[in-house]
Design a protein around this ligand. Structure first.
Ligand code: PMP
Length: 424
């Protein structure tokens, strides 16, 4: 019998390329039919066939409070009643800029945009405009959105499709993007020794989440900060995924690093299209209308999106929020590690973000992740899905726990994992 999910996917393919509006949604790597969701509440989502799942994707990170959090929904409805968009300044934009600069000491100024891609693309243009240099360093397996110069060895979606770059990106645009291995201090030092005066910026996921989750070594973190400082390059922390997800001061707070620019997305908009980039005032002053670097957006700082962001940020700033979220995520990970011991599975977490790997030890590089067992991941994914646990449909994605995930949800997930591991 054909399910409603299958019917919808077939219909979707008629007028939507591949049936989806973003590639990883298509289950291309794990196989099978994607779930079409009809409802989300707290830790749960329901698909078009009425099946309920415990959700560890959370719209790929934004939903740190869970689905349809009442305070976020109220803020959105109240704001929308007064108009959806003005394309003119609003007081809420001033408020959220103040809040962000107060929360993150590295931000002296911040500009709002509508997607993580816009944030990273704009931050790079700004870094190039500020330094008068063209070359950009990124790391293998890191994804920074789908702007042309960044689609070089760019992690999850492209890895899932076995396509390390993208057609349609002019060679000349990619030529200024230098790709180095993540966590390789010697390679970074060698590059700066040779070309330091030509490097505009390093852009990095300070905890990577687009080649599954990979943590940086302390040496790598220090080298990026020191080398950019020595050579007059801009250090851009792409915290679109990690921002307000791994801790209240993002990764930079955990590492004690002050980047020059930071990109934010996902959690900052609480599920609405909102993202931001910001940092040193002397660099941000290069942006139009003050300076020569152009950047703009019809819906930038959209009032409804800002309202969802402010409501979300207010909740995560409550006492003990991150301690509780981190403990809940750590509980899931400890349970998975215990179950995984004899099954070649391991896991790790930071704050509300986690990685699960079919590998003997937690990966620390792109090569390690590539060496993990993807066939077993795919079987595990489907065994979990059957039992009502929704994980990201790719071995190259991180997972997310929300404040709505209860002890019972974690226990149910671990019980399902035990059965799934016996099947794969
Ligand atoms: N940077 C990082 C680290 C991301 O994880 C993502 C999205 N997964 C982006 C940038 C791009 O954000 P968006 O999809 O909102 O354009």
């Amino acid at each position: 019998m054909t399910t409603r999910n299958e019917q919808l996917f077939e219909s979707a393919k008629k007028h939507i390329p591949g049936g989806v509006n973003s590639p990883v949604r298509a289950f291309g790597s794990v196989g099978g039919t994607p779930c079409f969701f009809t409802k989300g509440e707290g830790a749960y989502v329901w698909d078009a066939d009425g099946k309920k799942y415990i959700d560890y994707v959370g719209s790929w990170g934004p939903l740190i409070l869970g689905h349809a959090h009442p305070k976020v929904i109220d803020a959105v409805i109240d704001t929308a009643k007064n108009g959806m968009s003005f394309g003119a300044p609003t007081e809420a934009e001033v408020t959220i800029a103040d809040v962000l600069c107060e929360m993150l000491p590295s931000l002296e100024q911040v500009r709002l945009v509508s997607s993580g891609t816009e944030a990273t693309m704009s931050a790079i243009r700004l870094a190039r405009g500020f330094t008068g240099r063209d070359k950009l360093i990124k790391f293998e397996g890191c994804y920074h959105g789908h702007a042309d110069s960044l689609l070089v060895k760019a992690g999850s979606g492209l890895l899932t499709f076995g396509n390390p770059s993208s057609a349609g990106v002019p060679a000349a645009v990619a030529a200024d993007t230098i790709v180095l291995p993540y966590n390789d201090v010697a390679a970074l030092e060698a590059l700066f020794a040779e070309q330091g005066s030509e490097i505009a910026a390093i852009i990095v996921e300070p905890i990577a989440g687009n080649m599954n989750m990979v943590q940086p070594s302390a040496q790598f973190v220090a080298a990026m900060r020191n080398l950019t400082m020595q050579h007059g390059a801009v250090l851009i922390y792409d915290e679109v995924m990690t921002g307000f997800r791994v801790g209240l001061q993002c990764t930079q707070g955990l590492h004690g690093v002050t980047p020059d620019l930071t990109c934010l997305g996902k959690v900052v908009g609480g599920g609405m299209p909102l993202a931001a980039f910001g940092g040193r005032a002397d660099i941000m002053g290069y942006l139009a209308p003050l300076g020569p670097v152009y950047q703009a957006g019809t819906l930038s700082g959209n009032p409804v999106a800002v309202a969802a962001g402010l409501a979300t940020l207010a909740e995560i700033r409550q006492d003990g929020f991150f301690a509780k979220l981190s403990a809940q995520t750590a509980k899931l990970v400890a349970g998975l590690n215990e179950l995984g011991k004899d099954h070649g599975l391991c896991a790790q977490s930071v704050g509300g973000m986690f990685g699960v790997y079919f590998a003997e030890v937690v990966p620390t590089s792109f090569a390690d992740v590539m060496a993990s067992d993807r066939t077993r991941f795919n079987a595990f994914f489907h065994a979990m899905l059957d039992q009502g646990i929704y994980l990201a449909p790719s071995a190259f994605e991180a997972g997310f726990v929300s404040a709505a995930h209860s002890d019972a949800d974690i226990d149910a997930t671990l019980a399902a994992a035990k059965i799934a591991l016996s099947r794969c």
